[in-house]
Design a protein around this ligand. Sequence first.
Ligand code: CP
Length: 319
Amino acid sequence: MHNPQLNRKGELQHLLTLDGLPAAILKQILDIAEPFTEVAEREVKKLPLLRGKSVFNVFFENSTRTRTTFEIAAKRLSADVINLNVATSSTNKGETLLDTIDNLCAMGADMFVVRHATSGAPYLIADHLRNTGREHISVVNAGDGRHAHPTQGLLDMYTIRHYKKDFSQLTVAIVGDVLHSRVARSEIAALATLGVPEIRVIAPKTLLPTNVERMGVHVYHDMREGLKGVDVVMMLRLQNERMQGALLPSSQEYFKCYGLTQEKLELAKPDAIVLHPGPMNRGVEIDSAVADGKHAVILPQVTFGIAVRMAVMSMLAGQ
Ligand code: CP
């Protein structure tokens, strides 16, 4: 079946989800990102690949890492970057999402980087552009509802490959609020596509989607059992903003059962790495001693995110 993210030549046209993207494209993005990490070491941190292009960051939800690293990445590729301030935009006067997009297109947009609380919003924009003959304008999903956060998934894969080299030998545990997490969905899709043989999810029943096993993961409710012998621990934030009703007794109780402490981490392999997409809730899902400890690769994730987003944008621009 044709993947709506790919053009007729099989090249990336939009990046909406990692689900269904071929392994060859995931690996291509990681490979292209590799030399981009060196741009940060240069005196002039610029490449001309997006010169003359206008990238619009349109974030309808809060962000520190994703919005800023997209901006840095686009600027390093010499694009003009426009950050729409949604809080002070005409959205607040009742303008629809697609009317806003049409107006930004009229200002010469070549690429939209979109974050939205509603799952599917970036798809709606990509469909609208296709249906109105503007398929040359690309859409990058920077996180939509609970659905997907593809560039986070990619930068996590980049980080794992950087430290562990070979996906085919790994046991990876994803811990926490899988139910509300777009990051977890993108991570699981990418890990499976890249051939990770053992993907575990560790969470209370109330924070797991029904039939989560169908995603090809092994489920653990006991964190100590689930962490035994793992190479990679991927922690998730408790997404309180997406919870309806009380799914947990208390954050103290949650930390006791599912918070990552030094003592629990010792059950993983001695050279295990710890990832967290941020923002972190210290003392809720992760202890500060772990977050700042020698196994944590949380800040390198952020740095790699710039190169990975440069790779995605340069591929979308056909470079
Ligand atoms: N990981 C992530 O999406 O962080 P931000 O919400 O700060 O962009």
